[in-house]
Ligand binder design. Sequence first.
Ligand code: PHE
Length: 359
Amino acid sequence: MDVSLLPSEIAEAQSAFPAALAACADLDALNRLKGAYTGREASHAARMMDLLKAAPKEQKRDLGAAINAVKNAWDEAIKARQLELAAAKKAATWDPTLTPPMPPKGALHPLDRLMGRMTEAFRPLGYHIEEGPEIETAANNFDGLNIPEDHPARGSSDTFYLAAHPELLLRTHTSPVQVRVLARYGAKGADGVSLLEKKGGLRFLAPGRVYRKDEIDPTHSPMFHQIEGMLVGKGIGLHHLKGTLSYAMRALFGPDTKARFRPSYFPFVEPGCEMDVSCPLCAGKGCRVCKGSGWVEILGAGLIHPAVLSHAGIDAKVWSGFAFGMGVERTAMMVSQTPDLRLFFENDQRFLAAMGGLD
Ligand code: PHE
């Protein structure tokens, strides 16, 4: 720009501008500078317009261009400084809505969260939670479940017995809770009527720890978790079992989940079955987790064996029902794609943090 055309007072203001701008330490000072340089009245810019108006005709074009260039340069520089000061002000401002630095939050263990989700899946169907002790009697863990005297699971190579109390053991499954609950519901009250009759049936879930004499390796642990489920009513059949479990699996793994039932054997159910669900990871297309089959095994189930009902004093000609038992770790390994079960028990903070949630 040709500032030589500008009168000396404007040229002076122009040369003082950079230092004056740099000296503006806050937005108020900048606004004052802005008024003095580019304001509508009593500013250097207003003065320049007056000069332009008064200038001889033949000078107007060049003078006008010079004035414009100077004014534009001031506008630009002021705007840039304004952004700078606004950003600095924001950074320096104390914001009471900010979260202060906090210690890391605690969280439920991923297995606890998964068990919560698994039991939640049955809640709309009216199941309540029951609990039984981890130290059980052989009567509840085996006898009441129609498990024969010579069954290998009763042996001390499979089951932890208490050295000082050989009739006591660490329960090998959550099924003894069936025996306890059935005994409570089957017992006749002072009025000669059982809880089962009063309530017209029962349905419950029993989550908890179980123990087996297994060497620990990537897929075995001497302690793991199961969730037992049981329903007793009148005229209960396999269709109720299939409907209930299919519903719960859709709630747990998503609305497109399919369930399939294969015949299997457990002494306390007849008929017995195992249930697979379409692999939640590949939607049944076949992947590493389901070993290409599209299906993963989730639980054992069946219709309650009449001997189990009779053992609890319940008339198996009147009452029937179903039971199922789900493995928690197996499901956790599958949905989180964790290849080594031991990670769930070692409490390595890095693993737990990476798990975040199993949802
Ligand atoms: N208790 C069985 C197990 O541990 C599972 C099961 C429960 C099967 C209930 C049928 C009915 O393998």
